[in-house]
Design a binder for this molecule. Sequence first.
Ligand code: H79
Length: 478
Amino acid sequence: MKGTKRIITLFALLTAISFSSSAQETKKEIPLKYGATNEGKRQDPAMQKFRDNRLGVFIHWGLYAIPGGEWNGKVYNGAAEWLKSWAKVPSDEWMQLMDQWNPTRFDAKKWAKTAKEMGAKYVKITTKHHEGFCLWPSKYTSYTVANTPCKRDLLGEMVKAYNDEGIDVHFYFSVMDWSHPDYRYSIKSAADSIAFSRFLTFTDNQLKELATRYPTVKDFWFDGTWDASIKQNGWWTAHVEQMLKEMLPGVTINSHLRADDNGKRHFDSNGRLMGDYESGYERRLPDPVKDLKVTQWDWEACMTIPENQWGYHKDWSLSYVKTPIEVIDRIVHAVSMGGNMVVNFGPKGDGDFRPEEKELATAIGKWMERYGEAVYACDYAGFEKQDWGYYTRGKNGEVYMIVFNQPYSKQLIVKTPKGVSVEKASLMGTKENIKVVETARNEYNVSVPKKNPSEPYVIRLQIQTNKGSKGSYRDALT
Ligand code: H79
């Protein structure tokens, strides 16, 4: 009986293997001219720096900061940087806001200091959002800071100030441009095609201008690339990636930019990531149990403090505003799955930050100063997720437990992968050794600290691989 069972099992196994290999054979590679250019994760120093930075700040600053979500006495609840669209304001009328653009309280050095104190290693700046207004004096449009009462090159001031603080500068750039007469949402006629090709040349010129004027820029984060017109021109997105990489060796590009020959975005028709990192986690994060596939590529998430406000909105009471601990949770969540997190700030039209944002930056900075070792240059640890929080792994193989939920049992369960043992545990920021008890094969109870730290805290685990279980525990034979 046993023998027959074994033969059947063997037969089932062989059938499964032959099925899956024939399935692989039939899954043909689709030939692509404009598909992915990287094989796996980039490992050059520039990409490693991008990855090790882990925490960034986003700055959304443009004309929309002046009305702050209100047009003709009506407050719109939608994202403030989209107000022109919500209130259906024609472009020429919207651009009259340029006459009021005079941010007298803007001080790039102060901004950079705030980011530094928060523990951010990089900043993503909106050089041009959908509205089309440029924070640098672009030669290719009149909608720039140069034609406002301010006149200064605000982008240039920011690049210098952040770089002086040792903070990498990344450029946000919206391809979709509501101010440009040649922009098209889709190409429906020969005339559209001619206009749109003029628009693409205009965009190339602006990008070349940015790369030339600010050669210390480390990354371009594209947005406004979802329209049919761009999907129909996948070649152009591949061309932009190549052009910027030739101009700026080491530059990183987000997957948002890219569409392939068939208009497939982010991942090409063969399922390969385009650009250098996946950038689709906007205001959401991958599930820490179900979405572990994200650990195969580099990725960066970004988040807002209210539910969905990137630019300055005068009334934050219209949606839920996240607390510092909720923001820290998201930062750690991203890193625990091998991603970066960018926290957004929407400065006011006068160049100052709202008090809520200043307080948040201070609170995050305090925590990062104490526990940043478990965030910077850390990665996915490969341990099974537990309810108390997240794991990260440092460069020397140490595993960090970042505890967000303090258990009544006073025990934090740790389940290790096969062959991995926990040797020692200590509380970060103190000399306290934490008690570890092996409770079953590949399972441990790690005690909570003697005195409750009353904030999310970090336990550093010293682990050993290829050792197997120390104890005499066995799996049950069933
Ligand atoms: O810059 C921030 C946002 O303004 C921008 N990306 C972040 C980083 C952004 N958020 N959402 N989107 C871009 C896409 C929005 C699409 C929608 Fe709509 C706006 C859905 C509904 C309104 C466009 C217009 C698609 C349908 C109507």
